[in-house]
Design a protein around this ligand. Sequence first.
Ligand code: SAH
Length: 351
Amino acid sequence: MSNWKYLTDRLAAEHHLTDEEMKAVLLCDAPGFDEYISEKARKVREAYYGKDVYLRGLIEISNICRNNCYYCGIRSGNTNCERYRLSKEQILSCCDIGYELGFRTFVMQGGEDPFYTDELIVSIIGDIKKKYPDCAVTLSMGEFEKESYQKFFDAGADRYLLRHETADKAHYEMLHPAGMSFEHRMKCLRDLKEIGYQVGTGMMVGSPYQTAEHLVKDLRFLKEFRPHMVGMGPFIPHHDTQYADRPAGTVEMTVRLLAIIRLLLPDVLLPATTALGTIDPVGREKGLLAGANVIMPNLSPADVRAKYLLYDNKKVTGDEAAEAVREMEKRIASVGYEAVVARGDHADFRE
Ligand code: SAH
């Protein structure tokens, strides 16, 4: 592709490209292209967020799941997975540790575990907000009906992460069993937005059967849906899934997509994910240098971290959360950015 500079400049200026142009950008193999687009993305990110990196304390509340997503290590059909769930008290004690360390957002993520009834979730959110009114609560617990999402919101939840996984229905069905529906996932995302959450969505890069056309569709969906956050990392195979032998997504493509998304949605909150840090020891730093502005260190109790294995080779340090956070702050500083103590809301939600 010879006009990659022109296309990148236009994407940076207009935050839009046609599908054909987007595909050309995705497939571009010109030397110098990735440096060029990363630098553009960095400039846009710095115009909106300066050098700030927001930290989110990730609490992996349960690896028990009623779903059987074919790519996921904690899918219900994996009988080799040693299951756990955290009690309300354990979750609150993660928040206590996290608050001390400077986190002002707590993300509760887990499988779709029926143990957490609406009432229990409402009461956990209520307790966190009562103790830490200056903190944001993010949920990442999968699909519910709108009434439940509304209850969680009314209890004080601020944000919800639910990746669309792929914007192509046929592709969605290759990644999920028949009981899961593309339409319902999309409905959940619309419901969350209507209720008033800051909503995060996203996809895996290099998931089984993914094509450049699928990614173009994902990007078009992101542009139309306008999420406040985009969570995107490489697919990484898990040994106890049917996709065990599939190749992982690449660091190059993931970083390129981060840069594209920064240019497409200039003020979006964009994490450099743990999965990116798993396929490349400095993957997250590369992500930060391509427009990412969020990092989600693990606040889960040390003894459960190794059990929340969505994919193989997840970096599980037995370290205290404190050590891991200080280490992360150093890494962030090493690329010229700064981890800040702040809720880090999307611009549309700032007071
Ligand atoms: N049950 C919640 C949380 C899922 S885990 C939900 O449905 O939203 C969070 C994300 O991890 C998923 O959305 C998926 O995109 C990602 N993930 C799962 N398995 C993965 C794998 N093998 N490689 C990379 N990412 C994976």
